[in-house]
Ligand binder design. Structure first.
Ligand code: AMP
Ligand code: ZN
Ligand code: FE
Ligand code: FE
Length: 284
């Protein structure tokens, strides 16, 4: 029975660039018969405020999570942090730093769009006031561009204007992999390399697996068994925690369904225990 349990450890909500509200995501997890979940919004852990009670009632195990964007040399690396206490000050302050960086960066991108005769205001990025995102990123800018008729779809917005190497792209200040790792460790969290399949740079891959990560996201929805197995071997060789998740974003990425990738039971249990320890040490 146990080996049939599924745990999706990579999901996004309307707190960042997902389309489902946190509570609806938990209900959806129940419908999809998931046993455990982590919400890993970009740069925010706000979703947990409204779902802890519901998850308990529906008997869905929750593990705290968040996804940070970082850079190794010039390569973009996403890092998942898990199982830290939700009121850890260092984690909350790191989220705030990222959110501030995004605010300044978004304004710069909007400035650049203006120079290309595309007029989007900051408030246009909060498309749905009832579920205004905490973390606003390029997907929100792209949606506003579609809504205002400047492009016909999100892809076009990225391909012509705001994708890397496009005229309105702006990176803004960056966070290194090393400093991100340090914050996660200091916060009592577990640091996992997100979707390593997307790195496509052998030197960077090699460097990353020699940094003090705790785990690798081996099972990722967009890749097949052969591609995932490559990372399974790496994780085993380096004795790293094997995690997995779908990177669910709801209708924002309709081809990815919740629970399509899962972490192994042992990994989930390890994270759950770690999370309980962090919560207990918070209370004492
Ligand atoms: P940001 O974090 O603001 O730099 O935005 C990056 C996010 O934009 C990624 O997590 C992707 O989900 C999304 N994204 C990047 N390129 C594209 C694209 N071509 N089409 C749609 N979404 C994209
Ligand atoms: Zn996202
Ligand atoms: Fe990511
Ligand atoms: Fe993600």
């Amino acid at each position: 029975m146990n080996d049939k349990k599924r745990f999706d450890l990579h999901t996004h909500t309307t707190c960042s660039d997902g389309s489902m509200r946190p509570k609806d995501l938990i209900l959806h997890a129940k419908e999809n018969l998931l046993s455990g979940i982590s919400i890993t919004d970009h740069d925010t852990i706000e979703s947990y405020k409204e779902i802890e009670q519901l998850a308990k009632e529906l008997q869905i195990d929750l593990i705290s999570g968040v996804e940070f964007s970082s850079h190794y040399n010039d390569v973009s690396i996403h890092i998942l942090a898990y199982a830290f206490s939700l009121d850890n000050k260092e984690m909350l302050s790191f989220c705030s730093k990222h959110l501030l960086r995004r605010k300044e960066r978004n304004l710069m991108i909007l400035e650049k769009l203006k120079k290309n005769n595309i007029y989007i205001e900051e408030q246009d990025l909060f498309i749905n006031a009832e579920s205004a995102p905490i973390c606003v990123g390029r997907p929100h800018i792209a949606s506003a561009m579609v809504k205002k008729g400047y492009v016909s779809n999100i892809n076009e917005a990225f391909n012509r204007y705001i994708g890397e190497d496009c005229p309105c792209y702006f990176s803004g200040p960056r966070f290194s992999v090393e400093e991100t790792l340090e914050v996660i460790k200091n916060s009592g969290g577990i640091a996992v390399i997100a979707h390593p399949h997307l790195i496509h740079n052998a030197k960077v891959e090699e460097a990353l697996i020699n940094l003090p990560f705790d785990g690798i996201e081996v099972y990722y929805a967009r890749f097949n068994e052969v591609q995932n197995n490559r990372w399974l071997k790496v994780a085993k060789k380096k004795d790293l925690l094997i995690t997995g998740g779908s990177d669910f974003h709801g209708v924002a990425k309709p081809h990815i369904s919740l629970g399509i990738a899962s972490a192994p039971l042992e990994s989930f249990n390890f994270l759950k225990e770690h999370y309980e320890d962090q919560n207990n040490s918070r209370k004492t």
